[in-house]
Write a new protein. Structure first.
Length: 202
């Protein structure tokens, strides 16, 4: 059942990743929204540099975690959790920023006219994280985190046209998954991998 849901959600996300931003950009150009297009293009080419700087604390936390690993101290897993939590906070913040920037340019009611702005926000939110993920193709957890964020942002964008209450529910679930469940899962996986490594050494 869960795998079926993932398969169903994967198709629209794949399509959005391929053409969502392009369609949104062309649509906005027709509407004459050159200011938003310019902001989006600028961020798509520079945001990964900005985020790389903002992610430095996460690398620091991982460095501390490695220090405790060597001493076989359980605090290592705590710093793995903090590192992942910080990274996921940046992901959530990126999505929020992209959504509000694009929405600020739209002055109409919720309807068809809102779609190009939301499509453009998809590209602004996802492009930098897709860039980072492309550099870590062997990191399964990075792929899981990005896919999870993509699913929830997709569901949030859909919910805007359905119900504000549904949108709030999705936001809450998104926050719980990204900021609590996934960091805990990452910490658990790291613990299991370390335990298996020690078992092999013995």
């Amino acid at each position: 059942m869960f795998n079926r849901i993932i398969e169903i959600l994967s198709l629209p996300i794949m399509i959005l990743n391929m053409v969502g931003g392009i369609i949104g950009g062309i649509w906005l150009a027709i509407l004459g929204e050159w200011g938003l297009i310019g902001i989006g293009i600028l961020l798509m080419f520079t945001s990964h540099w900005i985020l790389a700087i903002l992610m430095m604390p996460s690398l620091l936390f991982m460095g501390i975690a490695m220090h405790f690993y060597e001493k076989k101290n359980f605090l290592a897993y705590l710093f793995v959790f903090i590192s992942q939590l910080y990274t996921n906070l940046l992901i959530v913040a990126t999505f929020i920023f992209a959504f509000f920037v694009c929405s600020k340019f739209y002055t109409g009611d919720i309807g068809m006219g809102y779609i190009p702005y939301l499509l453009w926000s998809w590209g602004m939110a996802l492009v930098p994280w897709q860039f980072f993920a492309s550099k870590e193709l062997e990191n399964g957890f990075t792929a899981i985190t990005l896919f999870s964020a993509s699913v929830f942002y997709f569901l949030f964008l859909l919910s805007i046209f359905i119900s504000s209450r549904l949108a709030i529910i999705i936001i809450i679930i998104f926050g719980v998954v990204q900021l609590i469940a996934l960091p805990i899962f990452n910490m658990y996986v790291t613990y299991q991998m370390e335990k298996e490594r020690r078992r092999n050494i013995i």
